[in-house]
Design a binder for this molecule. Sequence first.
Ligand code: ADP
Ligand code: MG
Length: 262
Amino acid sequence: MSAALETTEGHIASAMRTDAPPAIVLDKVNKWFGALHVLRDVDLQVATGERVVVCGPSGSGKSTMIRCINRLETHQEGRIIVDGIELSDDLRALDAIRREVGMVFQSFNLFPHLTVLENCTLAPIWVRKMPKKEAEELAMEYLTRVKIPEQAKKYPGQLSGGQQQRVAIARALCMKPKIMLFDEPTSALDPEMIKEVLDTMVMLAATGMTMIVVTHEMGFARQVADRVVFMDQGEVVEVGTPDQVFNDPKTDRLKLFLSQIL
Ligand code: ADP
Ligand code: MG
């Protein structure tokens, strides 16, 4: 399968592979925080190379769902299988998942006392046991891809929000993940910085990366998503192409949500 190419409509052609096992499977996943039932029988399969955008009202369980995929949260019922490995209490399985799944948060989560370069080399050196020089070369390669190699020696606090988020993306990529999860990566950014981060994610999509992106950026969803998932009150309510979900909503819940964000 060749890498994805940009088509004339501006849509990034999918690198989705239906001949390979799914990258992620959620099978009747349920999760509670105490008495609060936050994920209700969530079923979702993401193919290798597929890009899925998740949207839905605040509190609908979007963050919880993607945090369960790399086990930042644990689910209580159902199965989650990532790259063929079922999530369980087995620590080796957890280690394997954490190496393969990169995550980018709304709030950047960079280490403030480390330089940009050190932020990017920390996990490759300590988790992947990569020699320092090799880790630094790799980090510079990714910082160049996200277009900020000149910021390598600075500290996060010296960068704009958009630059910090691009560092966070580069840092995740330095672990050479097979899957990238994004949780509202542009919601904390000033409008003028949103585009530079979305452009970085479009670039990543064009490399064929398997991605789940929680976002309400419709333009991004239309350009990149193979499927859009709409969640409400812990349930996956509708799933379809961007066109189906945004232009032809079936449920009142999705119609209401779209009327509020459009
Ligand atoms: P979303 O990302 O769609 O806004 P979340 O997954 O963050 O939704 O939250 C789903 C629900 O779970 C919300 O009602 C939220 O208040 C609750 N919740 C999230 N995290 C916790 C937690 N650590 N402890 C208790 N309740 C939580
Ligand atoms: Mg959230």
